[in-house]
Design a protein. Structure first.
Length: 487
């Protein structure tokens, strides 16, 4: 039988054309990623796999940093778009859209020629975790470099999108456990530059924070935990809390605002500390209330001191601790010894230099014909206004710098004359005390003038008055005048 080559050729041509049309059709209908996935599913059948789980918390309820890094890394993968179910969130900028994996969804990845897949698991009993599926054959070759790759990519993402957060501790419910810290984005607008304080002091603190950030190796070489603690003390409204916010922003650290009154005991304090992340600032506001015993605290003094020493927080590398208080007069110096508190920063009531800083930021005024009058009031002593009070007056009159300055002058004059009258009556009280003393011996303190005049009745029978110089030119130092009256 003779072969009809023309017919065979036509058939083959027709078949070829059909195949090309089919290929074009499939390419349009099925994305290559899906084809790849199918191919991988088929080839996976011929390999053994291993599963590795990355839980969100470790046994101490401490956040597992690898989980956080993975979350950043996986949500940045392009393949997340191929997952069947993905969450969309708006980002920090208005046109940013962030993708995030939905529970029980899988995202695939490729590294050094190996195929890997991650499943995001949420189980009510054991919490959230990521589970890696990797071919046994690839594990030895790929796992270590892959994890390093995740570290460096997540670090990069972290730098780009890092938004610092403010954590607050909730009261103990049930058996304590994980999730005691609740967080919100920390958006306080204060920066170190916006806080009015002595310029030299400000530069010293900036340099100190900078040096701390760079000294990981140094601390570790000395066998010390890489942490630094600061005490900010001064009257109300002098900028302590604003400065804490500014410090956190300058370090780019999360803030853990620890409310001691919500703790259930010393072990609870340890547990909460273990749950803080590295690169964070742990803040205890109004610390004097707890250590001077004016507020009952559910934690013991030794528990607090252990926490300050870093004994309990050997895990607490890369932490800054900040304590704020109104005055450190009543605090046992042992609590504030070097090592427990590394840097003491005094926030004084407003002086002329701070007033000029405030006028410059709040009113945009660097010089004004009313400045000499303001300076005179500060120099005459007795002007006892906080930067908060002065800045409020400036803000209220920000449309007219002259009116703002006049209202500041009038308020300063009022506080100055009240302060002088109080000083006189306090001195009279001391004079009287010199001739008549009742009550038990010991230290009894009358605090007047916003804490700037202190009178001590001492056990040796003497009376000591300490007056902090109100117009102290340098925020670092206080000047004390002592009057001794022997009974
Ligand atoms: N030194 C300052 N420079 C600029 N603004 C200040 C300064 N001190 C206070 N303020 C302003 O006053 C307000 C109160 O300040 P802040 O809360 O920081 O004071 P504080 O010392 O923490 O007071 P408290 O002891 O009552 O908590 C803030 O809005 C802040 O902007
Ligand atoms: Mg405060």
């Amino acid at each position: 039988m003779a072969i009809d080559f023309r017919r065979v050729f036509c058939l083959l041509l027709l078949l070829g054309i059909l195949l090309v049309v089919l290929w074009l059709f499939l390419r349009r209908k099925i994305r290559t990623a899906k084809l790849k996935r199918w191919w991988r599913l088929i080839s996976d059948r011929f390999h053994d796999h291993q599963f590795l789980k990355v839980p969100e918390f470790n046994d101490n309820f401490q956040e597992n940093q690898l989980f956080r890094r993975l979350s950043l890394y996986l949500n940045s993968l392009e393949s997340i778009e191929d997952s069947d179910y993905t969450n969309l969130f708006s980002g920090a900028k208005s046109n940013d859209i962030l993708l995030s994996l939905n529970p029980n969804q899988t995202v695939s990845d490729e590294f050094l020629g190996a195929y890997l897949s991650w499943t995001y698991q949420v189980v009510s009993s054991s919490g959230r975790s990521f589970v890696l599926r990797i071919r046994k054959r690839d594990k030895r070759r790929v796992l270590r470099p892959y994890l390093q790759h995740i570290h460096s990519v997540s670090d990069e993402i972290d730098q780009k999108i890092r938004q610092i957060r403010l954590y607050t501790n909730a009261a103990v419910v049930g058996d304590g456990g994980a999730g005691r810290w609740k967080s919100v984005p920390f958006t306080h607008p204060a920066t170190i530059d916006t806080v009015a304080m002595d310029a030299e002091l400000k530069n010293k603190i900036k340099a100190d924070l900078d040096a701390f950030l760079k000294s990981k190796q140094y601390y570790h070489r000395l066998g010390r935990v890489w942490r630094r603690s600061y005490l900010l003390y001064g009257p109300s409204g002098t900028g302590k809390s604003s400065f804490v916010a500014a410090m956190a922003k300058s370090l780019s650290y999360d803030v853990y605002d620890l409310d001691l009154s919500k703790l259930s005991g010393d072990s609870d304090l340890k547990l909460l500390l273990l749950q803080t992340n590295p690169r964070s600032l742990i803040l205890i506001e109004d610390f004097d209330r707890y250590v001077a015993g004016t507020s009952p605290a559910p934690v013991s003094l030794s528990g607090i001191m252990n926490f300050m020493d870093g004994v309990v927080n050997s895990c607490c590398d890369e932490r800054v601790m900040v304590f704020t208080m109104t005055t450190k007069d009543d605090i046992d110096p042992a609590i504030l010894r070097p090592g427990r508190v590394d840097v003491h920063i005094h926030f004084p009531l407003c002086d002329f230099n701070n007033f000029k800083n405030l006028a410059s930021s709040y009113l945009g005024v660097r010089e004004h014909k009313l400045f000499p009058q303001v300076q005179e009031i500060f120099q005459s002593g007795g002007a006892t206004m906080s930067p908060a009070e002065i800045s409020e007056l400036m803000m209220a009159n920000r449309n007219s710098p002259s009116r703002a300055l006049k209202s500041v002058i009038s308020a300063l004059q009022t506080t100055s004359s009240t302060a002088k009258a109080e000083l006189r009556s306090a001195a009279e009280a001391v004079e009287e005390a010199g001739t008549r003393r009742d009550g038990p011996h010991g230290v009894k303190e009358i605090r007047k003038l916003y804490g700037y005049l202190s009178i001590f009745y001492k056990s040796d029978g003497s009376v000591e008055i300490s007056v902090t110089c109100l117009a102290a030119p340098d925020a670092m130092f206080n000047f004390f005048f002592f009057i001794h009256i022997m009974a």
